[in-house]
Design a protein around this ligand. Structure first.
Ligand code: DOR
Ligand code: ZN
Length: 346
């Protein structure tokens, strides 16, 4: 297959950041996605509906002329989130979920949750109001090996949580392990997962062999190849509860190429083309539309998009860097080629 037309996709997990980053991040996502779930981990987190509405306006102001791109907003769960704020969020047509970061798990997660059980009344309210909980699923215990943190989270937090709240909608974000795939497959129809392009394309050898590649460092960290292959099988299987979430996360070149480099891969510039590479390699291009355009809106109970995008199997070179406000960021595949190109978006 050399040409592929899909219903306009959505991105169910992205970091757009704020202020001077928005012209780059919003332009890139608006090129190929109708909507995106926007992460709330700004330096000052998006905690309230009022914060989310103000942030949404800043994103809309950065949209290219004539773009119909719609940001879908999320709130940041903290130890002081209240049952009342859940009710308010559930009533807002602009807020689609609440994001759980275990405190200290990743970028801008210092205000995250320190004791999940103490928040069970808030989670109960989310279940009652049918507001999805979006989860960064890693434990933060210093003595847990970084490669085991996702599985430990499943065992110690996710299994008890989903048993206690069986009707709660849970999106297990950016899964990286076979254990997470099995957890979702065995779960109810209220449990889904997003999968990034970088976790499908790369494994930890790509991160370390031949020298450390700071631009492939993300959290959860890339795992061994058996896990990468389990993710590839899951997304190409046609299973309805795996869907596209890039976790595209811009950091400046300086912040990545540092003695203590930040976590995050920037993929919004070519994400759909990168996913197409994976599905092509797996001889499953016929499954891409479900993953990119159907499974997400069906899970979130939103309408599927009505436009289309057309991809062709024509390779393109990724620029060596991109602007990020007054600084530069290094996108995934910088200076290298991607095997597919987005030709048209209607
Ligand atoms: O790699 C990551 N980058 N993982 C996250 O969970 C957060 C993100 C960011 O905000 O940079
Ligand atoms: Zn993320």
């Amino acid at each position: 297959m050399t040409s592929l037309t899909l219903t306009l996709p959505d991105d169910w997990h992205i970091h757009l950041r704020d202020e001077e980053a928005l012209p780059t991040t919003v332009t890139d996502i608006a090129r190929w996605a109708g909507r995106a779930i926007v992460m709330p981990n700004l330096k000052d987190p998006v905690r309230t509906v009022a914060d989310a509405l103000a942030y949404r306006q800043r994103i809309l102001a950065a949209r290219p002329a004539e773009s119909c791109f719609e940001p879908l907003m999320t709130l940041y769960l903290t130890d002081s989130t209240t049952v009342e704020s859940v009710a308010e969020a559930a009533q807002s047509p602009f807020v689609q979920g609440i994001k759980l970061y275990p405190a200290g798990a990743t970028t801008n997660s210092a205000a995250g949750v320190t004791a999940l059980k103490a928040l069970y009344p808030v989670i109960e309210a989310m279940e009652k109001h049918d507001l999805p909980l979006l989860i960064h699923g890693e434990v933060t215990d210093a003595d847990c090996d970084i490669f085991d943190r996702e599985k430990a989270f499943i065992d110690t937090a996710l299994i008890p949580l989903t048993a206690e709240f069986p009707a709660l909608s849970v999106v297990f974000e950016h899964i990286t392990t076979r254990d997470a795939v099995q957890f979702v497959e065995a779960g109810s129809d209220r449990i889904a997962a997003t999968v990034t392009a970088h976790h499908l394309l790369y494994n930890r050898n790509d991160l370390f062999v031949g020298g450390i590649k700071p631009h492939l460092f993300c959290l959860p960290v890339l795992k061994r190849d058996q896990h990468q292959l389990a993710l590839r099988r899951a997304v190409t299987s046609g299973h309805p509860r795996f869907f596209l979430g890039t976790d595209s996360a811009p950091h400046t070149r300086q912040d990545k190429e540092s003695s203590c480099g930040c976590a995050g891969c920037y993929t919004a510039h070519a994400a759909l083309e990168l996913y197409a590479e994976v599905f092509d390699e797996e001889h499953s291009l016929d499954q891409l539309e479900r993953f990119a355009s159907f499974n997400g809106p069906d899970f979130y109970q939103l309408p599927r998009n009505s436009g289309t995008v057309t991809l062709e199997k024509v390779s393109q070179e990724v620029p060596a860097d991109l602007p990020l406000g007054s600084q530069r960021l290094i996108p995934l595949r910088a200076g290298e080629r991607v095997q597919w190109t987005l030709m048209r978006s209607i």
